[in-house]
Design a binder for this molecule. Structure first.
Ligand code: FES
Length: 87
């Protein structure tokens, strides 16, 4: 299990490697923007300021978006403790 810290509200929740970051947040009762949950709508995107995630299917992110730390939480699985920012 990894700790995920969600800024700017500084909410923390735990995520296992058996679930997506979005699912972990929803399981923890956190209101997290999402719609399709299949990597298509981009509602669940947020920025990762630290930590590592992995994807089963790499989402469509431009190099710039990747460099800025954008992740699709409905597709990303935590591979370490994470700090995420919801804008
Ligand atoms: S919820 Fe639609 S892309 Fe993640």
């Amino acid at each position: 299990m990894y700790q995920v810290r969600l800024l700017p509200n500084n909410i923390t929740f735990t995520a296992s490697t058996q679930q997506t970051v979005l699912q972990a947040a929803l399981d923890a009762g956190i209101t997290f923007p999402n719609r399709c949950q299949v990597g298509a709508c981009a509602m669940c995107m947020c920025r990762k300021t630290s930590g590592e995630v992995s994807y089963q299917l790499e989402p469509m992110l431009t190099e710039k978006e990747q460099a800025e730390g954008w992740i699709f939480t409905c597709q990303a699985v935590a591979e370490s403790d994470l700090v995420l920012t919801l804008d």
